[in-house]
Design a protein around this ligand. Structure first.
Ligand code: TGC
Ligand code: FAD
Length: 405
């Protein structure tokens, strides 16, 4: 390992990635050839580029920034955005299944793709001017530019409508003040999609660029979760934002929340990847590890764990697939997406914990992926709307009554 001034270089380790996909209900039969191709391409890339380094990067809490180029090459940035802007032009199931395979490698790597594709490129595509799209999307699709998304503030997480960051009108520009907290990739971002209130109190989206006067992005250290992802703040001290940098096609909280819907959808798929990796490792270990003269997989208590894991994975796969078919025809509602994000992430976290138990003491080491996934999934349970916020979204959807406020 050496520090070249910008990033750590870790030699690929000899650990072999033996992962096999798990598809108990033959969901592959519901997929199109392009979905299978996309899945296999990302799976192969994760095996050769992510698995051999990810435990070490997590251990030293560094983002493997060199993977950005490869993520661009496999089409992980904006897979379902149009080819006209250098993106994949694929459907929502292809996008979902790619996120599944990336998160099978690590939630932090999937995060990098989610933020870039769904939280930065998507709002520019959906709410930006043609000039903004042409300027940013092709370079973001290749990873030449890295993006981040600033919604959460130090005092306003689950309740973004109370955000304090604000704009003052100053002729051809606005002056931006305030701060954002917990922003994935902010310390390394070239482009920032930021949400702040205009002089009329309406939430507006804007594009900031690294190097703007008054803009800084300090790193947040000390995370025990998502350690192979870089997280920071965004601080705005009289940042001059040209009006041409405002996303013209949206105002109000529905702007950022629409981006969240897109990213939460990807997480609903992604979590299945983390769960499959833990299950796969536990299943293999249960056949190899002998105690009391038998493989531990022969004990009923181990079988109960494994049987329940594959049942939950299968249910989550069906939920994600159906959600994908709805998303493909523009009919996946935000509340349906919330249900899938909440269910699948919780499922994955429970599976990581059970899989860790099956590995006994070895389960806490970096010889196996369960502990890393488990720690990562604590973040995934919280970001993009906490577990309880998504429950309240479902509660409100079915009762028509708002329990948030
Ligand atoms: P509310 O009054 O319900 O809604 C305001 C407007 O937004 C619309 N809307 C949505 N539109 C699209 N998609 C959604 N999911 C939407 N949810 C709501 C809504 O229809 C309304 O539109 P309009 O036209 O009437 O104005 O807003 P509220 O203030 O009551 O808040 C509701 C609540 C609590 C559900 C929402 O604010 C929420 O989801 N809170 C959680 C915050 C959150 O998820 N933050 C995530 C930050 S980004 C992040 O975590 C990235 S992690 C990246 C990574 O590394 O992967
Ligand atoms: P709070 O909102 O303070 O919630 C604390 C607790 O209170 C939670 O359990 C919550 O469920 C509960 N709670 C809150 N309101 C209610 C209620 N009405 N009823 C019942 N319970 C309630 N944000 C971005 O904008 N961009 C990013 O790129 C980004 N990346 C992140 C990366 C990481 C590693 C992490 C940890 C977070 C990231 N976030 C990002 C922020 C994330 O979205 C927030 O952490 C999340 O929305 C929760 O906000 P909070 O942490 O302020 O918790």
């Amino acid at each position: 390992m050496k520090d070249n001034g910008q990033e750590y270089i870790i030699q690929k380790n000899a650990r072999q990635d033996k992962f096999q996909g798990h598809d108990y209900y033959h969901i592959e039969g519901l997929l199109e050839p392009e979905h299978i191709l996309a899945r296999d391409a990302v799976r192969d890339w994760v095996k050769s580029e992510v698995s051999p380094i990810i435990e070490e990067y997590s251990e030293i809490a560094k983002f493997p920034r060199h993977l950005i180029k490869g993520l661009g090459e496999i089409g992980a940035f904006g897979p379902s955005l149009p080819a006209k802007y250098g993106c994949g032009g694929m459907d929502e199931i292809a996008y979902g299944i790619m996120m599944q395979e990336l998160e099978r490698g690590d939630s932090g790597i999937r995060s990098a793709a989610s933020v870039q594709g769904s939280l930065v490129m998507y709002p520019i595509y959906r709410f930006g001017s043609e000039e903004q799209k042409m300027k940013y999307l092709p370079k973001m699709a290749t990873g030449e530019l890295i993006g981040c998304f600033g919604l959460t503030e130090p005092d306003h997480g689950s309740d973004p409508s109370s955000m304090k960051s604000y704009l003052i009108d100053d002729g051809d520009s606005y002056i931006l003040n305030g701060s954002k907290m917990w922003i994935t990739n902010s310390p390394i971002a070239d482009v920032m999609v930021v949400w702040a209130k205009d002089p009329d109190g309406r939430v507006r989206g804007m594009i900031l660029e690294k190097g703007m006067k008054g803009l800084s992005a300090p790193e947040i250290k000390g995370k025990w979760s998502l350690r192979a992802s870089i997280t920071g703040e965004l601080v705005f001290e009289d940042v001059r934002v040209p009006k041409a940098n405002i996303l013209p096609e949206v105002s109000g909280l529905k702007g950022p929340l629409s981006c969240l819907s897109k990213a939460r959808y990807g997480i609903a798929w992604g979590a299945i990847g983390a769960a499959m990796d833990c299950y796969d490792s536990a299943l293999r270990y249960s056949k190899e590890r002998v105690q009391f003269g038998k493989p531990i997989g022969q004990f009923q208590l181990t079988q109960k764990k494994l049987a329940e894991m594959i049942t939950e994975i299968t249910k989550a796969q069906l939920l994600a697939w159906r959600l994908g078919t709805l998303a493909n025809v523009g009919k996946a509602t935000p509340a349906q997406i919330s249900m899938a994000k909440r269910n699948n992430v919780h499922m994955a976290l429970e599976i990581a914990r059970e899989a860790r138990q099956i590995h006994g003491g070895m389960g806490i080491t970096n010889e196996y992926p369960c502990m890393r996934h488990m720690m990562n999934l604590e973040t995934v349970l919280t970001y993009e709307g906490t577990h309880d916020i998504h429950l309240l979204i479902t509660g409100m959807d079915v009762t028509g009554l708002n329990a948030f406020k």
